[in-house]
Design a protein around this ligand. Structure first.
Ligand code: TYC
Length: 102
């Protein structure tokens, strides 16, 4: 049986907690140098947004300083952050992308 009776055979119930995995917000940060169109391109390419959605989120980051661009499992969030940081670095833009537990 399951339960802490030292296997005297008494059926004591132990509750099994099913925890949802934690989710992670992926955020883009504003800066003064990365071109707006480059940010729009990133949002289309790595976050599956339409051009209109991407433009809107880019403007939010530009005006507010940052925005959440998606919420994912740890592994997916880590991959997205890596893809954005690599792509920005390859194009010599200072764009920053970070993740944070929800
Ligand atoms: N502020 C940038 C500009 O004026 C545009 C920008 C938007 C940069 C979003 C980064 O995450 C960003 N060219």
């Amino acid at each position: 049986d399951r339960g802490g009776d030292g296997d005297a055979g008494l059926a004591t119930k132990t509750r099994t907690r099913t925890k949802r995995p934690p989710m992670y917000k992926v955020m883009l940060l504003n800066d003064d140098y990365t071109p707006m169109e480059f940010v729009v391109h990133i949002l289309e390419r790595f976050f599956g947004m339409t051009h209109a959605q991407a433009f809107e989120i880019m403007l939010t980051v530009h005006k507010k300083g940052l925005a959440v661009v998606g919420v994912y499992s740890f592994e997916v969030a880590e991959t997205k952050v890596g893809q954005v940081m690599d792509f920005a670095r390859r194009h010599q833009h200072p764009l920053q992308c970070t993740m944070e537990k929800e």
